[in-house]
Design a protein around this ligand. Structure first.
Ligand SMILES: [Zn+2]
Length: 269
């Protein structure tokens, strides 16, 4: 599940593979960029902003450009050595190939692939709230943005990237479990919202630098989450069956005992 930490890791992989390199070839397999050729362009850096990837390039005329991509549920970038077999996924999922003397970067099933002047990056990521893993992470601003919609359920508010950028469905479910908060709680009724935001940031930060996402501290298969993906399995704390239901456009997992409805909270329908 690509969430902020996965995207942060991916940005680092691309940075190590390509930063400073002059591209020797490119192959875009999306209609909008089919005629784009980045041969001779230089890669300045790779960065993440929430769940968005920004590969910053310099054109031969020295103009700064940004290649934007989004992984959503199923996208991935991989870096291979020149001549190495691309083993990650079927070739028909490839959306772009970037070649340099030292590495080949292959983007699979990427979404929102776009090439824009770096000065116009905000047209793609300017709407995002504070980035949980960004150098400018601002927890007070994130809390303010959440507070701006007090009747929204906390389960939906945490996924709204305009509030804070980087939390996906997995960390949403896990953070709410760890704080004992029902996903259907309106933002106004969440006790200690700053504490909840702080925990979300620490969970993502703790998972940087590895590909296995864990909220329990265990990296063993089947033991990495408290509630996410564990429908009908016993809660690790109280033994009650973990519940699963749609909330907004996504499903949510929670323990009905550890995350009780609060008075005045509309019940899940
Ligand atoms: Zn429980």
């Amino acid at each position: 599940m690509p969430e902020g930490d996965t995207v942060w890791n991916t940005a680092r992989v691309l940075h190590r593979a390509l930063a400073g390199a002059r591209l020797t070839g490119s192959d875009f397999r999306v209609p909008e960029l089919a005629t784009t050729d980045l041969t001779g362009w230089t890669v300045r850096e790779s960065a993440s902003r929430g769940k968005h990837l920004l590969l910053r390039l310099t054109a031969p005329d020295d103009a700064p450009w940004t290649l934007h991509s989004h992984l959503r549920m199923d996208g991935a970038w991989r870096a291979y050595a020149p001549g190495e077999r691309w083993s990650e996924r079927p070739a028909h999922l490839i959306r772009v190939v970037l070649r340099s003397p030292g590495a080949v970067a292959v983007g699979y099933h990427l979404h929102e692939l776009a090439l824009v002047p770096t000065a116009e990056e905000d047209t793609l990521v300017g709407h995002l709230g504070p980035d949980l893993l960004g150098p400018d992470w601002d927890p007070a601003e994130a809390v303010d943005r959440l507070w701006a919609h007090p009747e929204q359920t906390i389960g939906e508010a945490l996924l709204d990237q305009r509030n804070l950028a980087g939390v996906g469905n997995l960390y949403k479910c896990e953070v709410l479990f760890l704080r004992g908060v029902s996903p259907w709680t309106p933002v106004r009724a969440v006790p200690d919202l700053p504490g909840l935001v702080d925990l979300a940031q620490r969970l993502l930060a703790a998972n940087r630098g590895r590909w296995t996402q864990s909220s329990t501290g265990s990296l063993h298969r089947g033991q990495t989450s408290y509630v996410y993906g564990r429908r009908a399995q016993p809660c690790r704390r109280c033994g009650a069956a973990i519940a699963k239901r749609e909330l907004g456009e996504r499903v949510t997992y929670w323990c009905p005992v550890c995350q009780p409805e609060r008075p005045g909270t509309p019940p899940p329908s």
